[in-house]
Design a binder for this molecule. Structure first.
Ligand code: FPP
Length: 316
């Protein structure tokens, strides 16, 4: 399922900083409001360990984790974070966890939605979903649809829950959808797929933009910041395409202990990072304006490789 959200959002309403707790306000005061990320994605991990440490059953960790979700969403909405995406249930969770745990997580999700739609509306939060949600139980899908319809008119944070989600299968689904469209196009033009590609050129029909446009997240900006709780340094098949240039923040805190304050701390750490998107950083001593022309560099490198140059490449 795609997050059903318009590409051109209406402007966000003013932030509600006065509703942050005093602790949150003091972290928020250190932030540059102009550089709050557009999209934060969170891998919520550690529910089982949280429960284990307290000698509780795993499901109580998930229950407490659902409470954290609401705290974090409300802080996100108060600071006007436009997009918050939470990895709530992976394809692998669905396949590899005991049926009883999967069934508990489904009931928890349903109860969470029913119990929190009013708070979502009070906080101007819109609900969306990504993943192979058509494979979820019908009554869960009905509740999901109800929650997204009830919150569809909200203009603040879009909360996207990744459910029965896997990044590789998302890429497979996108590729299948591109192929299906191409076959339909060939059919419309009365030619074979091979002829269509030969006439138009493969690059006309398949480039990065096409793949991006067929992902579940087609209408969303890429995450700027990925947070993972519980100290694991893994991405676990989450938004693999979209996080190509995201900053990653790992905290040892277990998800059921994670609050809005910790979201703000992660954003503060993010603001200390220098994002380079494959280019040169601002702190580099090689500024683009001062670089030699490519032809001169090529000549210099070729002389260097042939062993005729001074030991160090010259720099302007
Ligand atoms: C990881 O904990 C978390 C999950 C498998 C699911 C995330 C679910 C929630 C936060 C609760 C429900 C969410 C919503 C939106 C209602 P884990 O079980 O892998 O923890 P462990 O690694 O410590 O065992």
């Amino acid at each position: 399922m795609r997050a059903s959200t318009p590409a051109n959002r209406s402007p966000l309403p003013p932030p509600r900083i006065h509703e942050l707790s005093p602790e949150e306000q003091s972290v928020y005061a250190t932030l540059d409001p102009e550089r709050v990320p557009q999209h934060v994605a969170i891998i919520m991990d550690g529910n089982g360990r949280w429960a284990g440490k307290r000698l509780l059953k795993r499901f109580l960790g998930h229950k407490q984790g659902a409470e954290s979700v609401q705290f974090v969403v409300e802080t996100a909405s108060r600071i006007n974070l436009p997009w918050l995406t939470l990895y709530a249930f992976s394809l692998e969770n669905n396949l590899r966890r005991p049926k009883s745990e999967v069934s508990f997580l489904m009931t928890l999700l349903k109860n969470y939605l029913v119990g929190n739609v009013k708070r979502m509306n009070d906080n101007n939060v819109r609900m969306a979903y990504i993943g192979r949600t058509h494979e979820l139980p019908a009554e869960v899908r009905d509740t999901m649809q109800w929650a997204s319809e009830e919150t569809a008119r909200n203009t603040g944070t879009t909360l996207t829950l990744a459910l029965n989600y896997g990044a590789r299968s998302e890429i497979v689904d996108a590729t299948r959808s591109i192929l299906t469209n191409l076959i339909a196009e060939a059919h419309k033009r009365g030619c074979s797929l091979e002829d269509l590609l030969q006439v138009d050129g493969l690059e006309t029909h398949l480039d990065e933009q096409h793949i991006t446009g067929h992902l579940y997240t087609a209408n969303m900006p890429d995450p700027d910041l990925v947070i993972r709780t519980s100290g694991e340094q893994r991405i676990s098949n989450f938004l693999l395409w979209q996080i190509a240039y995201a900053e990653i923040f790992v905290t040892d805190r277990l998800w059921p202990d994670f609050r809005g304050l910790h979201l703000l701390e992660a954003i503060a750490a993010y603001q200390q990072r220098e994002r380079r998107f494959g280019g040169l950083g601002e702190g580099t001593d090689e500024h683009l304006a001062g670089l030699e022309p490519a032809s001169e560099v090529a000549e210099e490198i070729s002389t260097e490789l042939s062993g005729q140059a001074s030991p160090v490449l010259t720099r302007r």
